[in-house]
Design a protein around this ligand. Structure first.
Ligand SMILES: [Zn+2]
Ligand SMILES: [Zn+2]
Length: 165
């Protein structure tokens, strides 16, 4: 959806709001595609003394599997990113701070992509101290206490130990 900010940029309006659901499901993060559900964008524009601000609030549902134990994770996340909208830039060094909209329109899909994708976690954990799966027997160490750790001495290494004795 294109959000028309011409009235605000021309100083004829005070505030405006637009909402949209954007599809960011093709983007990957943490080894999967966590944004299976559409991302809800609420963009609030305001003209304060001739400066047009655009605050974008995003509500995302992240769906992934735990990096360690593979348990499914479904988590809601909110994110608000403020922008200042201008038609042209006076100083090209400021181009990171401003959102340039020469025709007065802002494409919410594009904005959401730029605001949300860099903020996605690079990996997902079901909980901070997840113990993961046992590499030997594959059991979930959060649930089961296996004894693999204790007897992991490799028989070939044991033979080597004997050799050096
Ligand atoms: Zn886990
Ligand atoms: Zn085990």
């Amino acid at each position: 959806m294109r959000f028309d900010l011409n009235r605000l940029l021309d100083g004829a309006g005070v505030s405006d709001v637009a909402t949209d659901d954007v599809d960011l499901s093709r983007y990957s993060a943490g080894g999967g595609h966590p944004l299976r559900a559409p991302v809800r964008v609420t963009a609030r524009a305001q003209n304060r003394a001739g400066v047009v601000s655009l605050d974008c609030a995003y509500r995302l549902i992240l769906e992934a599997s735990c990096d360690r134990c593979l348990a499914p994770i479904r988590r809601e996340m909110t994110l608000t990113v403020p922008h200042t909208v201008v038609r042209t830039l006076q100083n090209t060094e400021d181009d990171d701070e401003y959102l340039v909209a020469p025709d007065g329109f802002v494409e919410l899909q594009e904005l959401a992509t730029n605001d949300v994708i860099p903020e996605l976690p690079s990996r997902f954990l079901c909980r901070e101290d997840c113990k993961g799966l046992c590499p030997v027997c594959g059991c979930d160490r959060n649930v089961t206490q296996c004894r693999c750790e204790e007897k992991k001495t490799d028989p070939r290494l044991a033979a080597l130990d004997k050799f050096f004795e």
